[in-house]
Design a binder for this molecule. Structure first.
Ligand SMILES: [Zn+2]
Ligand SMILES: [Zn+2]
Length: 238
């Protein structure tokens, strides 16, 4: 069986049509969902460095230009917030700068449309983001020969956005061992639909985990209690 095309992922493919293993597919869906959720935070970060303590003691100089973050502007592009003047607008109108988030996602939407032989250009509903559009076409994206590249680029983009908005997802280690490999350390992470075993890649919904934990934890607690009692007895005897 051939393996997942996401760089660095050794897991096997679920079917001959897919180019990505289930674990990478879920992560890809989570990336797209996260990008939709991150957009307002990213826009809010555009003027993050405007702090009242810079400039005079009265809270900033009255005539200084509004400081905009270059790294955010690179991702959002000119005109992303029409209430602000874009100091780089003229330099960027020739489209020679690095592509914006919207342009990158639109580019992937175009190759997706080509892959599934949609109309020549992808169309999105008013107000719909490209991330949401791509999320809707995910089942087809998983069958594309470039699916692994898409996963990689999206992972890098999400990393850049998180670094700006300072929203690394929180992870939580769960108590019950993995139902497949019995390793401890199942992880629950923000934006992710599934609880994941880092050891074997098993994915569990939160309901599946709860049912599993109810089954195995009482035995584990009992064993732990017996061990503790046994150790206490031995300590007393010695
Ligand atoms: Zn994979
Ligand atoms: Zn496992």
């Amino acid at each position: 069986m051939s393996s997942c095309t996401v760089p660095g992922c050794p897991l096997p493919l679920e079917s001959a049509h897919r180019r990505m293993c289930p674990r990478c597919a879920y992560r890809l869906r989570a990336y797209l969902r996260e990008l939709v959720g991150q957009m307002p935070l990213l826009e809010a970060s555009l003027q993050l460095d405007r702090s009242p303590t810079t400039g005079s003691i009265h809270g900033g100089r009255a005539h200084s230009p509004m400081p905009l973050r270059g790294d955010v502007l690179t991702l959002l592009g000119p005109g992303s917030n029409t209430t602000l003047n874009d100091p780089y607008g003229n330099a960027r109108s020739d489209q020679t700068g690095p592509p914006t988030l919207d342009q990158i996602l639109r580019g992937w939407a175009e190759v997706t449309a080509e892959h599934i032989r949609l109309a020549p250009t992808p169309w999105r509903r008013p107000g719909q983001t490209w991330a949401a559009w791509l999320g809707a076409y995910l089942p087809w994206i998983l069958t594309a020969p470039w699916a692994g590249d898409f996963h990689q680029e999206l992972g890098e983009l999400v990393g850049r956005v998180r670094a700006i908005t300072r929203t690394e997802p929180r992870t939580r280690k769960l108590d019950a061992p993995c139902p497949s490999c019995e390793a401890f350390g199942l992880v629950e992470e923000d934006w992710q639909e599934y609880i994941e075993c880092p050891a074997c890649g098993r994915l569990l919904t939160s309901d599946e985990y709860t049912a599993h934990a109810h089954r195995v934890m009482p035995t584990l607690w009992r064993t732990a209690l017996l061990l503790a009692a046994h150790n206490a007895q031995e300590n007393q005897a010695s």
